[in-house]
Design a protein around this ligand. Structure first.
Ligand code: HEC
Ligand code: HEC
Length: 466
């Protein structure tokens, strides 16, 4: 394809510079790329593409798009969905309290699921630092911090010291010049722990900040078969495209799918982990209180039951998360979006952000055998030093992240009144998010830099239509 050749030559020109923040491509090269683009036929829509969640896809998007039950739930199944919704919204209280509401803490991040997954969308780390982002802790060799555990809990019940307060600083990270001369300023974020409830943080402990993702199609991602997921792997980069995604092989034998590092294999596992680490409630899957041994007041604090979250409630919450509907595409079939779709494939985004999968057996009957469009391969990729947190988790190393699903991303602004992209929310725009991509995504990033302003706008229109 002509366009691919033009991009190829631009890529080698960029690669020849050695430094990937090096000189921009010449005007002639950019003009050639634009001319080639104008001559290209548009791709067509694929079957089912505008229904990203298959039969679960909602009729309408809008500000409540992440809160709706799957479109194909029967009335009686809807009441099951609503039963789980209660526990997702519930504000838990410290023990001893009302028997069916207590168990919060002793240390915790928030008192409800919805406090972070605002309207089931994303947390906004620009606002309240403690709500918007959580911090995982531990050394580069793996495992938890010896005193503070694997996650910092900045809140605690009365009588127990909170682990610390968090201050978030946005730091200038220079700028990148795009092919047409446009400058994009980048910022990073750093987190400082103040008012520590125990000893100073160990010098070897790394901080891995995470924003809460939009909750779209979790049950459908769970229903992609292991076989389909493994088919995308190329750990030794046999096809030579520079991309060597690999599945997260967890110690349990399961494949990790959820979280920024794919450390959790199932929705119920992720839900139990959230209750345990974020809210401080024990469950059958996480029976031990979330109190590192050295934190004596935490260890001694009253319990809300054994477990604090009865099995039926854990199951109901997980079912609610699985049964959320997927928003429809918005304006996916206009010419600019289709041009953006072509560019998404050509610059190499689709090599990791795999457009479509077929689901297999599912825990909820409504989710089986659906053609879904999550734009992720659910695999781990080396994303380079600039995104690395240095802290291994599950099967992921300190430079690896799970390809982020892109469905629903274009609705986050409407749902949450703003958005911050990437695992720590450092990127304030799509351009910034792409320009932070490195490692296996370095050539996609370079190809993006070489696009014209019109092409970048078309790519953005496509991504935000997902
Ligand atoms: C303190 C904020 C916070 C609270 C409270 C919280 N979450 Fe999360 N949630 C996150 C963050 C951050 C992640 C990403 C975690 C990671 O990278 O491991 C996440 C990830 C998830 C995911 C996986 C998303 C994906 O794309 O892989 C699910 C499902 C989820 N949370 C459900 C819940 C449920 C259910 C609750 C309540 C029991 C809850 N969360 C409470 C912050 C929160
Ligand atoms: C080598 C695999 C790979 C390629 C190629 C790639 N991405 Fe990504 N993408 C990822 C991973 C992994 C993440 C999560 C990184 C993180 O948060 O640190 C990500 C994150 C993102 C995000 C942020 C999502 C969120 O929820 O915050 C966007 C947007 C995105 N990619 C778009 C693109 C576009 C557009 C392209 C093509 C120019 C592209 N990506 C190419 C792997 C890839």
């Amino acid at each position: 394809m002509m366009r691919a050749l033009v991009l190829g030559s631009l890529l080698s020109a960029l690669a020849a510079c050695g430094d990937d923040v090096g000189p921009a491509p010449s005007d002639a090269e950019v003009d050639a790329a634009v001319t080639a683009d104008a001559e290209r036929p548009l791709p067509s829509l694929e079957e089912g593409e505008l229904l990203p969640g298959g039969a679960t896809t909602l009729a309408e998007a809008g500000a409540s798009a992440f809160l709706q039950p799957a479109a194909n739930l029967s009335l009686s199944r809807r009441s099951q969905f609503e039963a789980g919704l209660q526990f997702f919204r519930l504000q838990w209280v410290p023990a001893p309290g009302r028997a069916d509401l207590d168990g919060l803490g002793p240390t915790y991040n928030a008192d409800s699921c919805i406090a972070c997954h605002i309207r089931n969308g994303r947390s906004l780390p620009a606002g309240n630092a403690e709500d918007g982002v959580l911090l995982r802790l531990g050394p580069a060799t793996g495992g938890p911090d010896a005193y503070y555990g694997e996650q910092l809990q900045p809140r605690a019940v009365p009588g127990v010291p909170a682990e610390a307060r968090v201050e978030r600083h946005r730091i200038d990270a220079g700028s990148v010049t795009l092919g047409d001369g446009t400058e994009v300023a980048l910022t990073r974020v750093e987190h400082e722990l103040i008012d520590l409830g125990g000893p100073p943080l160990a010098a070897t402990t790394l901080i891995s900040p995470r924003v809460a993702q939009q909750l779209v199609g979790m049950g459908l991602l769970e229903a992609i078969s292991d076989v389909a997921l493994l088919a995308g792997e190329d750990p030794d980069d046999v096809d030579g495209d520079g991309i060597s995604g690999r599945a997260a092989h967890l110690e349990s034998g399961d494949l990790g799918r959820f979280g920024w590092k794919a450390a959790e294999p199932t929705v119920v596992g992720q839900t139990a982990a959230a209750f345990h680490q974020d809210l401080g409630l024990t469950s059958e899957l996480r029976p031990e209180p979330n109190c590192p041994r050295g934190q004596t007041a935490c260890v001694a604090a009253p319990s809300g039951g054994e477990p604090e979250l009865v099995p039926a409630r854990l199951a109901a919450t997980a079912a609610y998360v699985r049964l959320l509907g997927v928003p429809p595409r918005r304006g996916g079939d206009d010419a600019e979006t289709l041009r953006g779709k072509a560019l998404f494939a050509e610059v190499g985004c689709a090599a990791c952000h795999t457009p479509a999968f077929e689901t297999g057996a599912a825990l909820e009957p409504e989710l089986t055998e659906q053609r879904i469009w999550p734009y992720t391969d659910l695999l781990l990729h080396d994303m380079g030093d600039d995104l690395a947190d240095g802290r291994p988790e599950g099967d992921a190393t300190g430079v690896e992240w799970r390809t982020a699903p892109l469905w629903g991303l274009g609705l986050v602004d409407e749902v949450n009144g703003g958005f911050r992209l990437l695992h720590d929310g450092r990127a304030r725009s799509l351009a910034e998010a792409i320009l932070w991509h490195g490692g296996e995504a370095a050539s996609a990033r370079a190809a993006y830099r070489a696009l014209s302003a019109e092409e970048r706008a078309a790519l953005e229109r496509f991504v935000f239509s997902l």
